[in-house]
Design a protein around this ligand. Structure first.
Ligand SMILES: O=P(O)(O)O[C@@H]1C[C@H](O)[C@@H](CO)O1
Ligand SMILES: Nc1nc2[nH]cnc2c(=O)[nH]1
Length: 292
């Protein structure tokens, strides 16, 4: 590797090298990348003609340390479309610098993906939501970014994308419409929501006062991931679709205060991931890959 990894991240050449190393380990050439959130990796089990590349076999790839995140790339087909799934993502709270959290997105771009589906488990802030709902990301609030930890900080290489990328429209409106139509066809209208996801650094869950603050800022759901990946994807011209499984409702009043646990997040993930998987598969089936 040619760069100072702690400050800048991997160079453009480093990323191409990592991507070509991964592609040597599979017959597949993916067009769609999917990042699986906490407890949501089951989607990988239904990939057809699957080939697995463990993160440990990829030089310079980080390792996953969080329960509910296995560490492997799964290549193959969903609904006849070539995909690569990240079964296990990296979080800032694991101690990785922000650029490293999102580095796999650049690797997936170098492998040829043009569409990214980002999933996560999130806490509901919008009082109309309930546990088990699916929330399409219309927008996000990059709280770490607003406080000086934007994933794009450091020297910019224009081959990745522009120095000052626009973030309006990060979440592709055609994919949002496709998700809504697909959800109606699946009979999911009553669990489908749309809103703004806010990323906090974690790993501590929110206090009541913090949840109230995030809600007042206009966030509908809160989590500890997704935003750096979406920002890097938008920066390098990938169209993005984001979706949250609401695994718990954040307490907005002390009377109703109950403590969220990661075990609860994983349990709801296990129980409700099927709905998310069906929605994503049906969307992929209807996706036009020549559109971008
Ligand atoms: O990877 P995601 O964002 O789905 O994981 C969420 C946020 C924390 O990592 C964890 C909390 O339970 O779940
Ligand atoms: N910050 C945060 N992340 C989550 N991930 C899943 N649930 C939650 C939550 O309630 N808060």
């Amino acid at each position: 590797m040619t760069t100072d990894q702690s400050a800048e991240g991997y160079s453009f050449e480093d990323i191409q090298l990592i991507a070509s190393n991964v592609l040597k380990q599979t017959r597949h050439k993916p067009s769609i990348g999917i990042i699986c959130g906490s407890g949501l990796g089951g989607l990988a089990d239904i990939v057809q003609d699957a080939e697995t590349v463990p993160y440990s076999s990829i030089p310079e790839f980080p390792v996953t340390t969080v329960k509910g995140h296995e560490g492997k790339l799964v290549f193959g087909y969903l609904e006849g479309k070539p995909v690569v799934l990240m079964r296990g993502r990296f979080h800032y709270y694991e101690g990785y610098p922000m650029w490293k959290v999102a580095m796999p997105v650049r690797v997936m771009k170098a492998m040829g993906i043009s569409t990214l589906i980002v999933t996560n488990a999130a806490g509901g802030l919008n009082e109309n939501f309930k546990t088990g709902d699916l929330m399409i990301l219309r927008d996000h609030i990059d709280l770490p970014g607003l406080t000086g930890e934007c994933v794009l900080i450091g020297k910019n290489d224009d081959r990745f994308g522009p120095r000052f990328p626009a973030m309006v429209g990060t979440y592709d409106s055609e994919l949002i419409e496709l998700a809504k139509e697909t959800a109606v066809n699946l009979g999911y209208s009553s669990i489908l929501r749309e809103g703004t996801y806010i990323m906090i650094g974690g790993p501590s869950f929110e206090t009541v006062a913090e949840s109230r603050l995030l809600r007042n800022w206009g966030a509908d759901a809160v989590g500890m991931s997704t935003v750096p990946e979406s920002v890097v994807a938008k920066h390098c011209g990938i169209r993005v679709f984001g979706i949250s499984l609401i695994t718990d409702m954040c307490s907005l009043s002390y009377d109703a205060a109950n403590a969220t646990t990661h075990e609860e997040v994983l349990a709801i993930g296990e129980k409700r991931a099927g709905d998310l998987q069906k929605l994503i598969c049906a969307m992929i089936g209807n996706m036009n890959l020549n559109n971008n």
